[in-house]
Design a protein around this ligand. Structure first.
Ligand code: GTP
Ligand code: MG
Length: 389
């Protein structure tokens, strides 16, 4: 497990970088609204900032200024897309259906899952910050981050609306996975089949009596709140890039095996859609290391790079865009997996059955015609043979 090590400062060999590019942000696979701004993110050859180098300083300044304007506009548009979102918003037109044909949730629920110290709570704060910059610049952080290995970490399920005032999307921060994947599977199955609610306590078999007692007394703060049970609509698997680099460098396969085992849990997938992967701690890795982490994850988890989102704790344009891109991806996957209403299915099946019956009757008609022609030929032959005999 990550063991909270990602938060430590003992990674002397891991050089930070000022080029936090997300190679997963390929414009090819995105809808036009996102493809526009992602192309602004991609660095051009030989220029780490993504700005082309020009001999004329005045022209370069102009180019830089216009790029900033484009970035600003793209960021605003991408945020607007998420702000306007309501369940069913992007479903229209999918295979000829409309939003009313689906059972829509009150709010689209995304579940964060990942090893200890992977950065789940930090990610909640990072995502919130993208919107807080416009709404309330000085708003306090929401999720409690574990700043040292002695911290208990997140022990209760916590619901966070994104943005704060939204009724479209909520994120669930969870307790880290235990050291025993078998136990994780039971709890993951429970969350995915029975639903989750704010304040729900998460206990592992390895928790000792003192810890259970502490958690129970902390849990009383939630007991008076009426917390709605939500069905999970999509899962975000959070992993820490530093732990991955360490496990690759030391050639220890256990960590990657554990990630794969958890990621492949069938309860975390919706049909063929496996969770989105978010890599944290990229601000403490070099550009090459980040690429290496993403390629290793794509291979181990058997997913395309487009499903991996490099979201470090940094507060910059690229990170904000990666956050919005990840949210857009998760919502689209969630919407594709909303169940169809029963009456729509019955109507569809009814129509299908009727079409089949008509086709069958028509084929029957053809058989009847053939039989009549055959009988006529036989009758004619009998009459002809009667005449000759
Ligand atoms: N540099 C850096 N530090 C990070 C990043 N994400 C998380 N951290 C640090 O990692 C430590 C653990 O972060 P959390 O967000 O509490 O991790 P968690 O997954 O919620 O941990 P649990 O609740 O214990 O499961 C904290 O010290 C964070 O500051 C990141 O992207 N970059
Ligand atoms: Mg946490």
């Amino acid at each position: 497990m990550g063991g909270g090590s990602g938060s430590g400062s003992d990674c002397g060999d891991l050089s930070p970088t000022s080029i936090p590019t997300s190679p997963s942000s390929s414009s090819e696979h995105l809808p036009p609204a996102f493809a526009d701004y992602v192309s602004v993110l991609l660095p051009s050859d030989g220029d780490s900032d993504g700005y082309s180098v020009c001999d004329d300083p005045e022209a370069e300044a102009l180019l830089y200024g216009s790029r900033l304007q484009v970035q600003d506009r793209s960021l605003r548009e991408a945020k607007e897309l998420i702000r306007r979102y309501n369940p069913g918003y992007w479903i229209e037109g999918v295979s000829g259906t409309k939003a009313g044909d689906y059972v829509l949730p009150d709010i689209t629920t995304l579940l964060l899952v990942g090893p200890r110290g992977a950065g789940k709570s930090t990610l909640v704060n990072r995502i919130t910050r993208v919107f807080d910059k416009d709404d309330d610049h000085f708003a306090p952080e929401r999720a409690q981050v574990s700043y040292n290995s002695k911290s208990t970490g997140t022990c209760f399920l916590r619901e966070y609306k994104i943005p704060r005032s939204s009724n479209g999307i909520c994120l669930y921060d969870t307790r880290s996975l235990s050291t025993n994947p078998e136990k994780d599977f039971k709890i993951l199955q429970h969350w995915m089949t029975k639903g989750i609610s704010h304040g729900q306590m998460v206990l592992w078999d390895t928790d000792d009596d003192t810890k259970i007692k502490n958690l129970k007394s902390m849990g009383r703060q939630f007991s008076c709140l009426p917390c709605k049970t939500r069905k999970v609509n999509f899962v975000i698997f959070v992993v820490d890039g530093i732990s991955i680099i360490r496990s690759i460098d030391s050639n220890k396969k256990e960590y990657m095996d554990m990630l794969r085992q958890t990621f492949m849990n069938p309860f975390l997938s919706f049909g063929d859609d496996k969770p989105a992967v978010v890599v944290t701690h990229g601000d403490r890795l070099s550009f090459e290391q980040r690429l290496h982490v993403q390629n290793a994850l794509a291979e181990t988890l058997d997913i395309p790079l487009q499903q991996i989102f490099d979201i470090p704790g940094s507060d910059d344009y690229r990170t904000d865009m990666a956050v919005l891109d990840m949210l857009r991806y998760c919502i689209q996957c969630a919407e594709q997996n909303f169940p169809l209403k029963l009456n729509y299915l019955l109507e569809m099946h009814g129509r299908e059955t009727l079409t089949k019956m008509v086709a069958w009757l028509m084929s029957l008609d053809a058989v009847m015609d053939a039989t009549i022609v055959f009988l006529c030929v036989v009758a004619l032959l009998l009459r002809v043979s009667d005449k000759f005999l």
